[in-house]
Design a protein around this ligand. Structure first.
Ligand code: H79
Length: 453
């Protein structure tokens, strides 16, 4: 019959339009192998700002166990409260985040001006947040939710042109007797057969993630501890075989594609290699109900521009609740950063580090730390980011009237305020450029002055 192809086409079209809800998700094919390391890193160097998401069973206790507040980061509650596997597992039966909406999360990332998204596929607690065939201890098989949120997020990211990646804790696994970290159930670490764990769970799960979720922009490994170089290379081999374009972070226990700084550790000065800093928006990664100390839009914007001016990327975390909601304050603050980026993003995306350095701060010789080194005192007036022929001065503390920049390399032809392209008068003497500025700051968060050379 002639009509059949039309019918099936219409059905698949309808399925595609209804895709935001659970069920069949359309995912693009993985990317072709990059021709060089530069080509492989290209998107990462452009992106600069990513959304980290820590979501797992720990969002249910949300920092409290049996009526007691458990100090420290929320996703560590199983460890900090020494919860036996048999008890912690019971949380899965309660996990039913009916308000989860992949489309809404990805829309928020886009509104915030973020270009990639990295979500916990399995944290140290061992619970897979996707439909794994390797272990039934996963969100699809062990919970009443019975959906695969990673598949829904990967599809939403593809629709919004946001790159999708996963966090995977490859060494610690507090649910398995051979995983690292759980000594309260499984005894001392030297009785765990870590290599067996890698072969039986971590490696097969990484293979699943690289085959069922479309293009994986990166895998964010964490806490390699005593992992060997040889064990790290086995993961690299899997990634290179299945998705050669996927980046590997700096915490695999062997060399990755870029350097990962410590959690919330922004370096004091320029680091001349590809790097990223993972950071919290309050003081926890996984949701904690009593942590409401949110970083403000101005603070996040400063940290973003500061990081870009030092050559890095900012992977900023949110911790959704057990209902599937990203806390409203996180959403509001991120969207405010996004509004700033809509106007000033040219100074951030694809921008290189400062050509100065003195504006970053200086060590204080009168203040010596425990290791005998002078403590670095950060300056916060302005930052510089660069593109060929352009210097972007993002000014956080508006000087009012005028500003002098010294050690400028080369001749500055013209200057203007990025928002509205309003021209700024310049006078250059040698390597010093004097800018005549409006008395009041054009933007309450920060204003960008562009110097063209
Ligand atoms: O996923 C996030 C953290 O859970 C993870 N890395 C980021 C991205 C991470 N794993 N380990 N660490 C960070 C270092 C953890 C240190 C501590 Fe603790 C956890 C300090 C307090 C709780 C371990 C347990 C050391 C003291 C108690």
């Amino acid at each position: 019959m002639q009509i059949r192809p039309f019918l099936s086409l219409n059905i698949s079209l309808a399925a595609c339009l209804l895709a935001p809800v659970a069920g069949a998700q359309t995912l693009p094919k993985p990317l072709p192998p990059p021709k060089s390391q530069d080509e492989k890193m290209q998107w990462f160097r452009q992106a600069k700002f990513g959304l980290f998401i820590h979501w797992g069973l720990y969002c249910i206790p949300a920092g409290e166990w049996k009526g007691k507040a458990i100090p420290g980061i929320g996703e560590w509650i199983m460890n900090r409260a020494q919860i036996p596997v048999g008890e912690y597992e019971q949380l899965a039966k309660q996990f039913n985040p009916v308000k989860f909406n992949a489309e809404a999360w990805v829309q928020m990332a886009q509104d915030a001006g973020m270009k990639y998204l990295v979500i916990t596929s399995k944290h140290h607690d061992g619970f897979a947040m996707y439909h794994s065939q390797v272990s039934p201890y996963n969100v699809y098989d062990a919970t009443p939710f019975h959906r695969d949120p990673l598949k829904e997020l990967a599809a939403a990211c593809a629709r919004h042109n946001i790159r999708f990646g996963v966090y995977y804790s490859q060494w610690q696994d507090w649910h398995e007797k051979n995983g690292a970290g759980n000594t309260w159930d499984f005894g001392p670490e030297d009785t765990h057969d870590h290599d067996q764990y890698l072969r039986a769970k971590a490696e097969p799960q990484i293979k699943e993630l690289l085959t069922g979720y479309g293009p994986m922009c990166l895998i964010w490994f964490d806490t390699p501890r005593t992992m060997t170089n040889e064990e790290g290379l086995r993961f690299i081999d899997i990634v290179h075989t299945l998705q050669p374009a996927t980046l590997i972070d700096g915490r695999l226990g062997t060399k990755g594609d870029y350097r990962s700084m410590g959690d919330n550790r922004i370096p004091d000065s320029v680091v001349n290699e590809d790097w990223e800093v993972p950071a919290t928006i309050n003081h926890t990664w996984g949701f904690k109900k009593d942590d409401t100390d949110w970083k403000s839009p101005a603070d996040i914007t400063f940290k973003l521009v500061d990081i870009v001016s030092k050559g890095g990327n900012y992977l900023l975390n949110v911790g959704p609740t057990s209902e599937g909601i990203i806390p409203q304050a996180s959403q509001d603050n991120l969207r405010a950063v996004g509004r700033w980026l809509k106007v000033n993003g040219e100074a951030v995306y694809g921008a290189g580090p400062t050509q100065f350095g003195d504006e970053l701060g200086a060590p204080d010789p009168r203040n010596i730390d425990k290791s005998g080194k002078p403590v670095f005192v950060q300056a916060t007036n302005w930052r510089c980011t660069t593109k060929p022929g352009k210097l972007y001065l993002t000014i956080f503390k508006w000087p009012g009237g005028s500003m002098e920049i010294s050690k400028v390399k080369g001749h500055v032809k013209k200057a203007y305020i990025l928002a509205g392209k309003k021209s700024v008068k310049i006078a250059q003497t040698g390597d010093t450029v004097k800018l005549t500025l409006p008395a009041a700051a054009p933007d309450p968060i920060a204003s960008v002055v562009v110097l063209e050379q």
